[in-house]
Design a binder for this molecule. Sequence first.
Ligand code: MTE
Ligand code: MO
Length: 223
Amino acid sequence: MTLPPGQKVVDGFPRFGKHLQHPAPPVPADPTIEIGGALTEPITLCVADLATLPRVELKADFHCVAGWSATNLLWEGVSLQTLYRTRIEPLLAPGAAPTHALFEGLDGFRSIVLLEDALADDVLIADRLNRKPLDSDHGAPVRLFSPGQYGFISTKHLCRIEFHTSEPLGRDRWSPLAEDPRARVWQEERHRYLPGRLVRPIYHALIRPIRALSARGSHTPPN
Ligand SMILES: Nc1nc2c(c(=O)[nH]1)N[C@H]1C(S)=C(S)[C@@H](COP(=O)(O)O)O[C@H]1N2
Ligand SMILES: [Mo]
């Protein structure tokens, strides 16, 4: 098995994230994804409507920028590219050519992605993991999953998508852990300004504390 540079296999698939110890946000009774930005009018997509799009199954690994990888996960959901071509493109404002997409979770987490990366063949809005509905640790009711990019792109508890014609503000550029805007795992694009190899040890030191904190907010006790 080959992993991207600087990654190590982790046991299982830990809950991990900027949410730290906070429990996952409750799943609304009738979850929706608001879609806005460069559209003639914003739309609300019921998560249940996703069932009308073709289902996709994808065996893929999950790579966190801190350096752990969870391998051999079976994801199910719909292709973001299909959603975009069928539901979004027809609604674009005349002349609008989006370059970026923004994804937001029910916990306020955001990721910003180049449209070209978001429309890669393997990017999903996932609602099932390993043949079960996505649980709250991993992003219920639905999450983005982009296997070719570090995990911070894959927004959990997805409730809003915006398409923009320039890079939206909001990435924390000045944080010492400034995220790479493309975050491609095979290119080791961990950091916006520093080479991936160089920051490996710093990120690595974060795995234990973030993992321990995240487990505290988990709905499933660790086994
Ligand atoms: N809504 C939300 N999505 C998120 C995060 C978060 O804190 N909140 N953390 C990101 C990070 S840094 C990682 S590595 C992955 C972890 O996904 P997991 O908890 O399913 O392992 O979720 C990403 N998506
Ligand atoms: Mo991460």
